[in-house]
Write a new protein. Structure first.
Length: 1051
């Protein structure tokens, strides 16, 4: 339905409905005015019906945005980036979240316009944060104009018989691929949306094409509904460049005809993904109730992965109020980490529901977020002793490869009992739980499943693999089982009395007659394994659902209890084996993986060794003379270890983990090679008092307590024996710098003139962005243009000076924190005029510092400050608005008329906006501002605004009413706050009518009332465009009747 057509047509119906019946009673002038109004509205309707293109979308961006943000501003950002071709908003999408995909699109936008957004701040790459410079470019492209031209009225044509309308001719179908459309990088095993313009076809097929036309296309989907989108999980696709091709589907049994296709504009890349596994929340659990204000502990658990970082977040009312980064090294030995937020954190919260989530960051990729909902109550409230009361564990399927069409039991274990309301089992994609692919079980009676008599009970029912509960086929892919309570069908996690349950990833594949097989991949021969270490056993297989693993020694299974590496397990292709310390040393071990029936197996190709780890440095071992710039072979012997790390130490620096590492970036080196060729550089060497006291130390990469060092010292000719000295002078603590300023970072230095250093901006708990990576230490000064960085939640920074790559040795940092602030910015003032003691609201951003400090309101006339006030000001904690009561002293001593208002705080001075100071009124008054007459309103929510004079902000508006032409009143709101703004609910009537808004209050027993200046139209909802067009067909006749009643008047 064309909404603009409905609006204008409905307005004509509304005028006709209440104006024509009373035409005989109108004066000549009133009839003239009514005819002119009908002429204007008919002209507008004609213009709207002639238009085929929608009005250009616009939005003015007034606030900064970052990852974790939600709401209408984020939704507007998604729309703008979609128009830039950098982001896709899916049909029906209602929730706007600033996630990593949106941040990636922001980076693309910033780099697309880097000369305007990045270059002024000497940035080479986008940041993903929407600050003032990014907003300025968005507003230059999409900001709404202040006015919109209104078409001039056109004369009413002479009424003619209405012809039978001709059905509109539809446009020809046209398929257009939207995403991926070229330049993207997609990852194997990850799900992505393929989107296209539908083009009007009923069904389509989707293909994956390589650059080489001689290579056959891969079919992604064949004969599927043309919905405009398809969720594609990349599987069994080689790395490389590809395009998506979407084609009209045509049945091969029909006569040949050309089919329409469209292809991605450019090639995108498919690469192997290596994101970290998603962490899990251990405590609290979903639905748990906690004391508000009590220092609760939050525990998450993750599989330790080198280089991974974990972000813990706390949301309330859609906004993040707390976040905490932790590194992989900070996890405990069992993979857990405990976070105890400070009491000041709880001061930002209120009682009620809140969301806690955690996710992992690795290789520039986020893991899936784990989200739970908790409830905060006052410390006097009673907290349930156990919650939730019921838990469930998926037992089967839980990691297998299942063949489509086979029959399989689905097994669940409930504790302590099955939910009384029943439960639902969904099939969800392997990579997300935001939507279900199919239902395997819907809510029903106990006859839907079998529950045994064991406590807690096992529940099971038969499932035809690859088909949902209604018998519809499910595409081959990787999935998980998700179970939830029937009382909470629409949630992807438990919100009732049962904890969430998700299985491990399993796969559905086509039925095949391929012979079952197993192939051991690792350990596969030659490895040196350590006792007590954890070894990942991996294998590949075909048509095998379950396996068990044996340890062999020599030509037979090891006869000790350690021989049974695992019982029967799901065939996931890998198993974590902790090597027993009780095994004897040996070099004739191998692994055997066997199917559960014991008929199919495979062994390691050759033997590997298991031993107590040890290492011995062979050279340099003491007495050698080495030279800076030369290459020397470091040699060692080892047993029972995988990788080593190599350090150059002296008599003052001997510990493990030294920054003076030999291999770049302190990477591990295979222990089995027995040597490393070392090119000696001065940057690697620890500073000492002599160049004759160096040793090589080699550590086990897996256990640094296992190491060895050269037996004696050796000499390195050309090594420095005195350390350079650097001391940061500014900023050194307490400074308050601003975004957009150019500031000098200064330091003192003594040392070689050729030395270069790296300067960084450090956050309170982590390293921050690099300011410059290469500057001469002897310069002792660097001019820094402070870029548009996120300062919304941090005010504590330090400057760090380091050695450049590869050592990054810390040389000095600011003694204490300094702050970086963003100047305040005003978007609007309401009301735009006032007098003594009027309450004025200022809207914008960064209107108050964090932490809050004194704020001043300045009044300017012709650019000159005429007065200011710092009292009577109340601010929001987030700096988005402030209110102040206009000083009577200032008004009494100032001339009335046009002024400008601006805000001043410690972060600077805002822009100035127009404001008018009026004469003080001796009598209290109310003035309705909107709706104030004319125009068209519909039933439902509507904004009422007003201005009050001589009425305290503490005095409410007693009654807001809707008043008809006959004086009938409908009360819409009682005791509304006197802040100049209220949302009311307009009632629905069967016919259109004219109304005014009425405001009532009392001051010192004196009643104060005001109404809209003129009537506005309120019309009932319209059912369809066809209904409107049928009714508007009689408008010409109504105009003719009006003309007859006005003798001698020619329109």
């Amino acid at each position: 339905m064309n909404f603009p057509k409905i609006i204008f047509a409905a307005s004509i119906i509304a005028v006709f409905a209440f104006a024509v019946p009373s035409a005989d009673a109108l004066t000549d002038e009133e009839i003239k005015a009514l005819i002119m109004q009908l002429q204007e509205q008919i002209a507008q309707l004609q213009k709207q019906l002639a238009e085929t293109e929608p009005q250009a979308w616009c939005h003015t961006f007034d606030i900064n945005m970052k990852i974790g943000g939600t709401g209408s501003e984020v939704m507007a950002l998604q729309t703008a980036l979609e128009k830039e071709g950098l982001y896709t908003v899916f049909e029906g999408q209602e929730f706007a979240l600033f996630d990593e995909s949106l941040a990636s699109a922001v980076v693309g936008f910033q780099e697309k316009y880097k000369s305007e957004i990045l270059a002024p701040f000497r940035l080479a790459h986008g940041t993903g944060f929407v600050g003032s410079s990014t907003r300025a470019k968005l507003n230059r492209l999409y900001a709404c104009s202040a006015t919109q031209a209104t078409p001039a009225p056109t004369p009413i044509p002479t009424p003619v018989p209405t012809p039978t309308p001709t059905p509109p001719t539809g446009s020809q179908p046209s398929l257009t691929v939207r995403s991926p459309n070229g330049g993207e990088e997609l990852f194997d095993g990850v799900g992505y949306p393929i989107t296209w313009h539908t083009g009007g076809y009923a069904r389509i097929s989707i293909y994956l094409d390589k650059p080489d036309p001689t290579v056959a296309s891969k079919i992604i989907a064949n004969n599927v509904a043309n919905t405009g989108s398809y969720h594609w999980t990349i599987a069994n696709v080689d790395r490389g460049s590809y395009k998506i091709r979407v084609c009209e589907y045509r049945d091969s049994s029909l006569p040949y005809a050309a089919v329409e296709c469209d292809m991605s504009d450019g090639y995108f890349n498919i690469a192997k993904a290596s994101a970290a596994a998603a962490p899990e929340m251990v405590y609290p659990v979903n639905g748990q109730v906690l004391n508000h204000g009590f220092p609760n502990q939050y525990i998450f658990k993750a599989k330790p992965v080198a280089g991974a970082r974990y972000l813990f977040g706390f949301f309330q009312d859609g906004a993040m109020v707390y976040e905490n980064w932790r590194d992989n090294q900070q996890l405990s030995s069992n993979g857990e980490f405990i976070i105890t937020p400070s009491n000041s954190f709880y001061s930002k919260l209120k009682e009620g529901n809140a969301q806690v989530w955690v996710r992992a960051w690795l290789n520039n990729q986020w893991s899936e977020a784990r989200v739970i909902t908790i409830k905060l109550v006052s410390q006097t409230s009673t907290i349930p002793s156990t919650q939730p009361s019921i838990t469930v564990s998926p037992l089967n399927p839980n990691g297998e490869i299942l063949q489509k069409g086979t029959t399989r039991y689905v097994n669940l274990k409930f504790s302590p009992s099955v939910p009384l309301g029943g439960f639902v089992v969904n099939l969800i994609p392997a990579t997300t739980d935001t939507y279900a692919v199919a239902h395997l079980k819907t809510c029903g009676t106990a006859s839907d499943y079998i529950a045994d008599s064991v406590v807690p009970p096992n529940v099971s029912w038969q499932w035809k693999v690859g088909y949902d509960v209604d018998g519809k086929e499910i595409p081959n892919d990787s999935y998980r089982v998700l179970v939830y309570d029937c009382g909470s069908k629409n949630d992807s996690v438990w919100t009732g009395s049962v904890a969430s349950a998700k299985s491990s990833v399993f796969s559905i594949v086509s039925a095949t007659t391929t012979t079952p097989s197993i192939t051991v991949l690792s350990p596969n021969g030659g490895e040196q394994l350590q006792k007590g270490a954890t070894q990942t056993i991996t294998w590949s297989s075909s048509n095998v659902s379950q396996v068990y693993i044996k340890l062999r020694k020599g030509t037979d299974t090891y006869h000790g209890t350690e021989g049974a590496v695992s019982d029967i397990i799901s065939n996931t292709g890998s198993y974590q084996w902790t090597i027993p310390t009780t095994l004897p040393d040996g070099s004739d071990y191998s692994i055997r993986v066997v199917d559960s029936a014991g008929t199919i197996s495979d062994d390691s190709n050759s033997d590997f060794s298991i031993a107590i780890p040890s290492i011995t440095v062979l050279s340099p071992n003491g007495g050698e003379q080495l030279q800076i710039g030369s290459t020397y072979r470091i040699r060692w012997s080892s047993a029972g270890m995988y990788n080593v790390k190599i350090y150059i130490v002296n008599d003052t620096n001997t510990g493990s983990g030294s920054t003076n590492y030999v291999i770049p970036y302190n990477n591990g080196w295979s222990a089995s090679t027995g040597f490393y060729d070392w090119t000696i550089t001065s940057q690697q060497l620890p500073v000492g008092t002599s160049n004759e006291r160096y040793k090589i130390r080699i550590d086990s990469n897996e256990n640094s307590s296992i190491f060895d060092s050269s037996d004696g010292y050796f000499t390195i000719v050309g090594a420095e024996v005195s350390a350079p000295s650097i001391k940061i002078l500014s900023p050194n603590g307490g400074e308050n710098w601003k975004i957009g300023e150019t500031r000098d970072i200064t330091w003192s230095y003594s040392g070689p003139a050729s030395k270069t250093v790296q300067i960084e901006l450090a956050l309170p708990a982590a390293d921050g962005p690099i300011i410059t990576s290469n500057v001469a230490a002897s310069a002792q000064r660097y001019s820094w243009l402070i870029p548009d960085i996120d300062v919304s939640s941090l005010s504590e920074y330090r400057v760090i000076i380091r050695e450049p790559a590869p050592t990054y040795t810390l040389l000095d940092s600011s003694d204490s924190y300094f702050s970086i602030g963003e100047p305040p910015y005003i978007t609007s003032v309401s009301p735009t005029s006032g007098t003594s003691n009027d309450m004025i609201t200022v809207y914008g951003s960064d209107l108050v510092d964090t932490p809050a400090v004194a704020v001043t309101i300045e009044f300017l006339k012709n650019g000159v400050v005429k007065g200011s006030q710092s009292s009577g000001i109340s601010t929001r904690f987030d700096g988005l608005s402030l209110k102040f009561q206009l000083s009577g002293l200032f008004v009494e001593n100032a001339e009335t008329g046009a002024y400008q208002i601006r805000v001043v705080n410690s972060n600077g001075t805002s822009n100035a906006v127009n404001f008018t100071i009026t004469e003080a009124s001796s009598q209290p008054s109310l003035t309705v501002l909107a709706p104030n007459g004319g125009g068209l309103l519909f039933p439902g929510a509507a904004e009422v605004t007003w201005k009050s004079t001589g009425i305290s902000a503490d005095q409410p508006i007693n009654i807001i009413s809707l008043v008809g032409v006959d004086g009938t009143e409908w009360h819409l709101k009682y005791d509304a706050p006197n802040d100049g703004y209220e949302v009311v609910n307009l009632p629905s009537f069967d016919k259109s009518g004219s109304f005014k808004i009425k405001l009532e209050t009392s001051v010192n027993k004196q009643q104060v009332i005001d109404l809209s200046d003129t009537y506005f139209n309120l019309i009932p909802p319209v059912s369809s465009l066809k209904n409107i067009e049928d009714q508007t067909a009689s408008i010409a006749d109504a105009v003719s009747k009006l003309l007859e009643s006005l003798k001698g008047f020619t329109p």
